[in-house]
Design a protein. Structure first.
Length: 323
């Protein structure tokens, strides 16, 4: 099994060397590392050059002529990988020595397309805070579907061949890939911590479960209430995201045969139901609040909120001012 690592960098000099060093300390080293840089102006490129010269495996790197953004930068890196199993890497984490070997062994015995390991949360100086990513998700009352962190993912080539490239209209490369795997029922979560997940002021992700303090169900409710009050819960955004995902699934169907074709067809049908539900909810929200109660109740009776957040989504549809 050939192993690739895809890394996207941008002004990562503060932490990059520690992550690259953790690659050298792996008990099962990769065959190649692909690094794409999005126009760094600090020492990032010097660090990459030095690493490439001393690494015992292939290191290919390139700096983008124009900025591609976080997702676009990763998309480029992924498309240059050639491995059977591809690991996504952020520039500021540190992997435990057995990460690659553990996931590679699990992948060889699993039908999953994507395997995701747990991560220990740390502060900027890699001091553990006594929390893990999966622990935070579960204490917040969220489901495993909320675990979409690309830096914890190992992806099989079969999935990448189906879902790449990530469309520019889709907001996140890791969400795109993980949603494909989930939709095909081929996502496997491993509770074992295999890396540090460093939290600092420059982190891209502000997801509630990434906080370095323990979160609870109440924190989740408060977070969602804040979104409701400040008009941040947009059905249009969800509709557009799922519609782009639907088009991606339909394109993937044209590339494959059974058994993947049946799995993609089931995922396609599921997305169509979700998109229809979002359309109905959008229509409801265009009414005055007083006139929303009956259609919300009718949609509830028909099971129309099962694909969303149930009662919470129904209440948001009644109270929100935003479509």
């Amino acid at each position: 099994m050939k192993i690739s690592i895809a890394m996207a960098t941008y002004n990562g000099a503060a932490f990059l060397e520690e992550q690259l060093q953790s690659f050298l300390e792996q008990t099962r080293q990769p065959e190649e590392i692909i690094i794409t840089d999005d126009g760094s102006t600090d020492r990032t490129l010097d660090i990459i050059r030095t690493f490439a010269e001393r690494a015992p495996f292939k290191v290919w790197w390139d700096q983008n002529e124009q900025k591609l953004g976080y997702a676009g930068n990763f998309n480029k890196a992924l498309r240059h990988t050639t491995g059977d199993l591809v690991f996504l890497s952020d520039q500021d984490d540190v992997w435990f020595p057995g990460k690659i070997d553990t996931l590679a062994q699990r992948a060889s015995k699993s039908s999953a397309f994507i395997l995701m390991n747990n991560a220990a949360l740390t502060d900027a100086n890699l001091n553990e805070v006594g929390l893990t990513k999966l622990g935070q998700i579960r204490s917040a009352g969220l489901t495993n579907s909320s675990f979409v962190m690309g830096c914890c993912a190992a992806i099989k080539r079969d999935l990448l061949d189906l879902c790449l490239p990530v469309p520019k209209e889709y907001p996140a490369h890791d969400s795109w890939i993980v949603k494909f795997a989930e939709g095909m029922k081929r996502k496997e979560i491993i509770d074992q911590c295999l890396q540090y997940y460093r939290r600092h002021n420059s982190n891209e992700s502000q997801f509630i479960a990434n906080r370095p303090q323990r979160v609870s169900r109440w924190d989740t409710y408060s977070h969602r209430l804040h979104k409701l009050i400040y008009q941040e819960h947009s059905l249009n955004e969800s509709y557009n995201k799922n519609y782009v995902l639907l088009r991606g699934v339909q394109a993937a169907k044209e590339k494959c045969d059974e058994p993947f074709l049946s799995e993609l067809k089931a995922f396609e049908d599921e997305l169509k139901v979700i998109i229809t539900g979002l359309g109905i909810r959008t229509t409801i929200r265009k009414k005055s609040r007083a006139k929303r109660i009956i259609p919300v109740a009718n949609l509830w009776k028909k099971g129309g909120y099962r694909n969303f957040s149930g009662f919470k989504s129904a209440i948001i549809d009644i109270m929100s001012n935003q479509v």
